[in-house]
Ligand binder design. Structure first.
Ligand SMILES: CC(C)(COP(=O)(O)OP(=O)(O)OC[C@H]1O[C@@H](n2cnc3c(N)ncnc32)[C@H](O)[C@@H]1OP(=O)(O)O)[C@@H](O)C(=O)NCCC(=O)NCCS
Length: 218
């Protein structure tokens, strides 16, 4: 099967048709932002993301237990530095004789959808997986989740269906010098993008302090 994400051209292709999306690796200092992001998902989005009804308390516990040393969490920020999309790359326990695998879970707030954030988060997670010796990237989703099914198919994932659930797998080739450079460049670019947005936000706030905050059009 042609595997677009796993090909050596993986890094830049999928989001070329739209604007490029910088993806940052998050750390424990982002826990509150991650919590606020997930709490903004409505009931249906939470069901699609976690596969079951997920009340606020469960989300709180999930965020408290995120282990940033073991797993990798990626995020995309909008101009106001709001965490608009996030992905959790969870490394599955290593089993002797089996390939190393990781599970990908993603959410993008409704206001940010269909702008390439989900694709960029999947793409960054796939490159990071390759660079950390993961051979299979796995996504569990509901077959009714049209957007995620579309993302998975677009990434060239193999999909197995069972009782309304779908397991999508992406077989990843080993890392090579270009995947290492790709990830380092992406990280630097995301840091620079974040710093620029931070400056823009600060300068806007300074102007608003002088002139008053402009009213948004109804
Ligand atoms: C799935 C999700 C992460 C996608 O995020 P996104 O930022 O909108 O993703 P992108 O913009 O990169 O791509 C979405 C693609 O799905 C397509 N799409 C969106 N809704 C669709 C639908 N109902 N049917 C078919 N395709 C759909 C878009 O057109 C786009 O396709 P394109 O890239 O070929 O144009 C987002 O919808 C979400 O957070 N959903 C709730 C949580 C969830 O389902 N998580 C996945 C399970 S872990």
């Amino acid at each position: 099967m042609h595997n677009k994400l796993a090909s050596k051209h993986l890094p830049s292709k999928p989001y070329l048709k739209r604007r490029a999306v910088p993806v940052r690796e998050l750390n424990a200092g982002h826990r509150e932002e991650i919590l606020q992001h997930l709490l903004q998902l409505n009931e249906e989005d939470r069901r699609l993301r976690f596969g079951t009804q997920t009340p606020d308390e469960v989300i709180q516990r999930y965020v408290e237990h995120l282990d940033f040393n073991k797993d990798t969490i990626f995020g995309c920020f909008n101009l106001n530095l709001k965490l608009i999309g996030m992905a959790h790359l969870a490394y599955l326990p290593e089993i002797k004789g089996q390939v190393r695998a990781a599970e990908f879970g993603v959410s993008v707030l409704p206001e940010g959808r269909s702008q390439g954030f989900g694709t960029a988060l999947l793409q960054r997670s796939a490159v990071h997986s390759r660079n950390t010796r993961i051979e299979t990237l796995y996504v569990h989703c509901l077959t009714s989740n049209k957007a995620m099914m579309h993302l998975a198919q677009k990434a060239g994932m193999s999909i197995e269906y069972a009782h309304g659930d779908a397991d999508a797998y992406l077989k990843l080739p080993p890392a090579n010098p270009s995947t290492i450079v790709e990830e380092a460049a992406n990280e630097q670019w995301a840091d620079m993008d974040y710093a620029l947005k931070q400056n823009l936000k600060r300068s806007n706030q300074a102007w608003w302090w002088f002139l008053g905050r402009p009213k948004l059009a109804p």
